[in-house]
Design a protein around this ligand. Structure first.
Ligand code: SF4
Ligand code: SF4
Length: 709
């Protein structure tokens, strides 16, 4: 895993009255234990991967409480785990990245929401929206509304978050409905503290097992039960949820003296709004604002009388709702009209419809709102001046920088085993012409960016091969699909490979087998060889491919560019029809470095011999055309001034960050570029033979230099 939480996990054992200090995602995990869960599952994805990692590291605690933890095969599998809460009074939580994960889970979610739950079921969503996001920009809100699953968006404050997680289970049970809790990137990674409660044991667990199955046809999602379930949702569960939210004050109202105006904000954006008001001189550093704020920790369902009450007597309210469509703004507008309220609703008029509400966006939007609503007792001069000040600061910064800052697209890590595959594809294209590449989700999606620019479409996790289905038959050349090992097990084996074999498709699939779900933090997957409990699994990609009927399978070490190029060319040109799979194998370099670092440190401390391989470029040979950089894209490959006064082009240079993967040398060889690259082995704690050999070499080189002189 990317990070070990072994130390932090100890905090999960804290008891009543003790103070927890740490990261938001760890606080959420502690809140699950305090809520008495019987099961936890999920699928990794930023910004909530760490919840899975923490659970994997907390095995002794889970065992003690009899909690079942499962690293699910996909988000759909995780959502289906909640079925335990349909029949039994068992609390459980599942986690994934949204909205992509919610898309995958939506079949199970619809069924879960229709059947309803007896035990509290909470779905923790990493709402990956905005400038730090890595996925399509949509909102989980749509899923909540369409399936009638309640949606919480907690105010980023650890005490409040933990309280709301516990309330989410109670809300779920009070209304027989699963509850989604969305956490933005910053909430997951914020640090803070809260006073703990004791962890709770569930009455049903691996330690206290069930003996009699429950059967109730009313909970099966099939007609006529589904008709009754829909009615139950609307007539019973919906009002029960509203009553619970109101009675337990899950939403919060913060008063202010400017009571002709107000802000209604999604809980997750509360801190940003407060900071904006502070910048505009309308709040202090302790969170006291002059503008009244109604903070929606529950964004679905809304509590109509709560909102109408907040708006009572106000000329206008500003709705701060990130993303689109403007569900909250539309709903609040409608409910105020039904309450015959004269309060004017302002939202997307002053704030953008799309994109993250960063500090700057909110500053401009809130300032516009204040300037338009003219609250009595507020001098608008400093408000406009603050906006102006930020504009001027940005202009000044741009002026000082002179030229625009060069773009730095994301890149594979130094020494990444996936980079050589794309170098090889580039070389094949040089011989065969441009190829249609059906790309996939994972670190390898970076191939779509410079210097490779390889990848014509990305349709979803594990869907690389499926996305080639209609292109391949109409293309004059074989189409190459890419898939990671994570994607292969998530969706690719069934929807991609099995379907391609079933439909007798002719194409090429490259599976990047780097050993982990690398892009999300090196979590274990079936082909890692062991599960999160370090138990061997014996599952391999090759065996799975064979099992579904693939015959043409070649395994190539990714760093062997010449062999990879040859295998790709063979797959492109062979007369053999059908799916051809190349398993591109080498361990994720980031995971490898993390694995090796402590071992090397120990060896050095013990005085043992350690060899580090580094590559370099011979200045006198490099021609300065930099094709090595264009074909490998390694961030450790740079340029430096040409030491030869008669040559003006800068020469290639290998930075100290080189991990010695050897790709640059391989590429130079496979592409017949130049012989500039050399390999050097740096020996620490040399043996007697190393020292003797070094002496011989030095004397020999000295002689040569003497002769040359
Ligand atoms: S995390 Fe691993 S697989 Fe992903 S880019 Fe880095 S080295 Fe490559
Ligand atoms: S050997 Fe070459 S490609 Fe590999 S990390 Fe070093 S500079 Fe980069």
């Amino acid at each position: 895993m990317e990070r070990s939480f072994a130390k932090e996990v100890k905090k999960l054992k804290l008891g009543d009255g003790e103070v927890f200090e740490g990261e938001g995602i760890l606080a959420i995990t502690k809140a699950l234990l305090q809520s008495g869960v019987s099961y936890v599952g999920g699928y990794q994805g930023a910004p909530v991967s760490h919840l899975i990692d923490v659970m994997a590291d907390a095995r002794d605690i889970l065992d003690d409480y009899g909690i079942h933890f499962e690293a699910s095969g996909s988000e759909a599998g995780a959502a289906a785990m909640c079925a335990a809460s349909i029949n039994y009074p068992m609390r459980g939580a599942v986690v994934w990245k949204s909205t992509v994960g919610t898309n995958v889970a939506s079949d199970a979610l619809s069924n879960l929401a229709s059947a309803g739950v007896m035990g509290g079921a909470v779905i923790v969503l990493g709402e990956d929206y905005g400038e730090g996001a890595s996925i399509i920009q949509e909102r989980s809100h749509a899923f909540a509304m369409k399936s009638q699953i309640w949606l919480m968006d907690p105010r980023p404050d650890l005490t409040r978050i933990v309280d709301l997680v516990e309330s989410a289970f109670e809300l779920s049970e009070a209304s027989n409905t699963p509850v989604m809790m969305e956490f933005r990137i910053r909430a997951c990674h914020m640090h803070g503290s809260f006073v703990c409660k004791d962890n709770r044991r569930s009455a049903i667990s691996r330690n206290d097992v069930l003996t009699e199955p429950d059967f109730d046809y009313a909970r099966i999602c099939m007609p006529p039960a589904t008709y009754a379930q829909e009615k139950h949702k609307i007539e019973k569960r919906f009002p029960a949820a509203i009553d619970f939210v109101r009675a337990n004050r899950l939403n919060e109202t913060f008063p202010g003296d400017l009571d002709e105006i107000g802000v209604i904000v999604q809980g997750g954006l509360y801190n940003s709004v407060l900071r904006t008001l502070q910048q505009l001189g309308l709040a202090d550093a302790y969170g006291n604002a002059r503008v009244p704020i109604h903070c929606l920790n529950v964004t679905y369902p809304l509590v109509p009388d709560e909102i109408a009450g907040f708006c009572d007597g106000k000329r206008t309210v500003l709705i701060v709702e990130e993303g689109q469509p403007a569900y909250l703004e539309e709903a609040i507008n409608a409910l105020l009209r039904r309450h015959n309220s004269a309060t004017m609703v302002i939202g997307k008029d002053v704030l953008p419809m799309a994109g993250e509400y960063t500090g700057e966006v909110l500053l401009n939007g809130v300032a516009k709102y204040l300037e338009g609503s003219v609250p009595p007792g507020v001098d608008l001069g400093p408000i406009g001046a603050e906006v102006e000040r930020v504009v001027e600061l940005k202009a000044k910064a741009a002026e000082l920088l002179g030229n625009p800052i060069p773009k730095r697209p994301p890149s594979f890590c130094t020494g990444c085993p996936e980079r050589p595959v794309f170098s090889a594809i580039k070389l094949v294209e040089r011989d065969l012409g441009k190829i249609h590449i059906a790309a996939d989700i994972g670190c390898h999606t970076i191939s779509t960016l410079p210097p490779f620019n390889l990848g014509n479409s990305v349709l979803g996790y594990g869907l690389g091969l499926s996305s080639a289905a209609a292109v391949a038959p109409v293309f004059g050349k074989r189409v190459v699909s890419i898939m990671g090992d994570g994607g292969f097990w998530h969706n690719g084996l069934t929807n991609g490979v099995t379907s391609a074999v079933f439909n007798r498709s002719d194409g090429i699939l490259v599976i990047m087998n780097n050993g982990y779900s690398s892009a999300t933090g090196q979590q274990y997957i079936p082909s890692t060889g062991k599960n999160f409990a370090e138990v061997p699994t014996g599952q391999t990609i090759r065996a799975a491919l064979k099992g579904v009927g693939v015959d043409w399978i070649k395994t190539v070490t990714t760093y062997r560019v010449t062999e990879m190029k040859k295998t790709l060319k063979e797959a492109m040109t062979t007369a053999e029809k059908g799916l051809k799979v190349i398993i591109a194998e080498s361990e994720c370099q980031l995971a490898k470095q993390r694995r090796l670092k402590p071992l090397i440190r120990k060896k050095l401390a013990d005085g043992a011999r350690v060899v580090r391989t580094r590559f370099g470029v011979d200045d006198t040979v490099c021609t300065g055309d930099h094709s090595c950089i264009r074909i490998s894209g390694c961030p450790s490959l740079s340029v430096k001034p040409n030491p030869d006064p008669l040559r003006r082009d800068p020469v290639a240079h290998v930075e100290n960050s080189c991990v010695g993967c050897g790709l640059c040398g391989e590429v130079a060889d496979a592409a017949a570029l130049c012989p500039s690259f050399y390999r050097a082995d740096i020996v620490q704690n040399p043996s007697a033979f190393d020292s003797w050999l070094d002496g011989v070499r030095r004397r020999f080189i000295g002689r040569l230099q003497g002769v040359a002189a």
